[in-house]
Design a protein around this ligand. Structure first.
Ligand SMILES: *Cc1c(COP(=O)(O)O)cnc(C)c1O
Ligand SMILES: [Zn+2]
Length: 430
C-alpha cells in the first residue's frame, strides 16, 4: 500500500483544524508526532499513525454528566473523539447507542453464570458496526475539505459510506470487486452514489485505491479506510464507551470481539484504557478475546503458535466481512490478547452457522456471519476453559443476519399443509 507522509513540525504546534480534543497524529511504533491531516503512515518508520488527545483539562463528574445528557448516539462521547464540539448538529448518520442485550437464555445454554451480554450493532443505520467508523471519517473529511467520500469494500463499508455521503451532501464513489453478491451491490448502490466494480479481487481493489490517492485524479478524495484511517479507527472506541456506560459505568470482565483487520479490537482496548485514565470507570483488569473464522484465521494461528508476527492467509470462509488475510493490526491484537490475559480463537463455517442459529433461537437476535463467529468462539472458549463462565462477559454482534442470508438459506418451512384443521392435525401440529 502506498504511504503518504507530511513534513515534521514541533510538538507544540497548534492543530490547524478543529477536531475537538484531538491535538496531533502520533506514530504507534516510534511516537513521532505530526499535525492533524489526511495522513496515515509515519514518515520516520512507516508505522501507523493514531490520534493523540489532550484530556488534561477535565473534571470526571462534569464529563460524566455531559455524556449522560448527550444524544442517544456516538456523539454523546464527542469530548473523547476527534470531532468538533458541535458535531451533533451536523448532517451525519448518527450511529451508536445500540442495545446491550442481557442474554440470560444464551447464558444458560453456554453455562455462563457471571452475566452474559450481547452488544448488538445490527441496530446501526446501515445495519453494521461500520457506521461508527464511517461517521467518524466523515467528520474528518469535512474538516479537511474533502468533497468525495470513498473506500474499497467487500460490502458493509460500501453501504455505510454511501449512506453517510448522501446524508452529508458529499459525492461518494466506492470501489468493490465486480463479482460481489447482488444483495451487497444493491445495499451499496441504493444511496445514489457511484459504485465501481473493479475487475479483480479485494486486494486488487485496494491496490487501485492506493494508486488513486497518489494521483491528481484522487485530489479532494477522502478514503475512509486509507488516508482517513486514523480518524475512522477511533469510531470503534465508542463500542467500549457504550458497553461500560450501559453496564452502569463498569468494565466488563471479558469481551469477545471479531477480527478482520484488527482495528476494532485494538481501539476497543484504547477506549477502555481511556475510561480508566479519565476516572469514568474503576481501574481493574479486563480480558479481550479475539474471534476469527477458521477459513481466515491469520491472527489466531499466530496466537496459538506463540508468534509475534502474523503470516498472511488466503481467505476462504462464509464470514466475508471478516475475511482479511493480511490484517494490518494483527500484531497489536496479539499483544492486547496476551497483555490482558485473553486469547484468540477461531471456529469453522459449520460452527458459525450453528452459532447464528443458537443466538437467534435463544435471544431473538439474527446475526450476520461475523456474529456467528463471536458467539461460536465464545462457546469454544468456555469449553476450552479459556473464558471464565463466572465472570461478566460481553459478546459483540457487529452486523445484521439479513446481510448474510445465504449462510442459513437451508432454514425454512416446518411443514406445508392444506388450509384445514384435518391437515393441521395430520401434520402432527395440534
Ligand atoms: C469491518 C467489520 C468488523 C471489524 O473489522 P476490523 O477491520 O477488525 O476493525 C467486524 N464485523 C463486521 C460485520 C465488519 O463489517
Ligand atoms: Zn514512527
Amino acid at each position: 500500500m502506498a504511504v503518504q507522509t507530511v513534513e515534521s513540525t514541533t510538538e507544540s504546534a497548534a492543530p490547524s483544524v478543529d477536531l475537538g480534543p484531538a491535538v496531533a497524529l502520533s506514530c504507534r511504533e516510534c511516537g513521532h508526532r505530526v499535525p492533524l491531516g489526511p495522513v496515515f503512515a509515519c514518515q520516520e518508520c512507516f508505522g501507523p499513525l493514531e490520534i493523540a488527545y489532550d484530556f488534561s483539562d477535565h473534571d470526571t463528574e462534569e464529563l460524566r454528566r455531559r455524556i449522560e445528557a448527550g444524544p442517544a448516539n456516538i456523539w454523546r462521547y464527542a469530548p473523547l473523539l476527534p470531532v468538533p464540539a458541535d458535531v451533533a448538529t451536523k448532517p451525519n448518520i448518527n450511529p451508536g447507542w445500540t442495545k446491550l442485550v442481557q442474554a440470560d437464555n444464551l447464558a444458560r445454554e453456554l453455562g455462563v453464570t457471571g452475566g452474559l451480554y450481547v452488544k448488538d450493532d445490527s441496530g446501526n443505520p446501515t445495519h453494521s458496526f461500520k457506521d461508527r467508523v464511517v461517521a467518524q471519517a466523515l467528520e474528518a473529511a469535512r474538516a479537511f475539505g474533502f468533497t468525495t467520500l470513498s473506500c474499497s469494500s467487500t460490502g458493509n463499508l460500501a453501504g455505510a459510506v454511501g449512506a453517510a455521503a448522501a446524508r452529508a451532501g458529499l459525492r461518494s464513489c466506492v470501489f468493490i470487486p465486480h463479482d460481489l453478491e447482488q444483495g451487497k451491490v444493491v445495499m451499496a448502490a441504493v444511496y445514489g452514489g457511484e459504485l465501481i466494480g473493479i475487475e479483480g479481487n479485494y486486494d486488487d481493489v485496494n491496490r487501485f485505491c492506493s494508486e488513486l490517492i497518489g494521483d491528481p485524479a484522487g485530489e479532494g478524495w477522502g478514503f475512509v479506510n486509507v488516508n482517513l484511517r486514523p480518524y475512522y479507527a477511533e469510531g470503534s472506541k465508542t463500542l467500549a464507551y457504550e458497553i461500560c456506560e450501559q453496564l452502569g459505568w463498569r468494565l466488563p470482565d471479558q469481551l469477545v470481539v471479531p477480527i478482520a483487520s484488527g482495528s476494532q479490537l485494538t481501539k476497543i482496548d484504547k477506549g477502555l484504557r481511556e475510561l480508566i485514565e479519565l476516572g469514568l470507570v474503576e481501574d481493574r483488569p479486563y480480558k479481550i478475546f479475539g474471534a476469527q473464522a477458521e477459513g481466515c484465521s491469520p491472527v489466531s494461528t499466530a496466537y496459538k503458535a506463540g508468534h509475534d508476527v502474523v503470516r498472511p492467509q488466503k481467505p476462504k470462509t462464509i464470514a466475508k466481512s471478516l475475511a482479511i488475510g493480511n490484517p494490518a493490526d494483527g500484531p497489536y491484537v496479539l499483544d492486547i490478547a496476551r497483555r490482558t490475559g485473553g486469547a484468540v480463537e477461531d471456529v469453522t463455517d459449520e460452527q458459525i452457522v450453528e452459532a447464528i442459529r443458537l443466538l437467534a433461537r435463544t435471544e431473538g437476535i439474527f446475526a450476520e456471519t461475523a456474529g456467528g463467529v463471536t458467539v461460536g468462539v465464545t462457546k469454544k472458549l468456555i469449553e476450552n476453559g479459556d473464558l471464565d463462565p463466572a465472570l461478566t462477559t460481553v459478546v459483540l454482534n457487529t452486523g445484521d443476519g439479513l446481510k448474510t442470508l445465504d449462510a442459513v438459506a437451508d432454514t425454512g418451512l416446518t411443514a406445508t399443509i392444506r388450509p384445514n384443521l384435518e391437515s393441521f392435525r395430520e401434520a402432527g401440529l395440534a
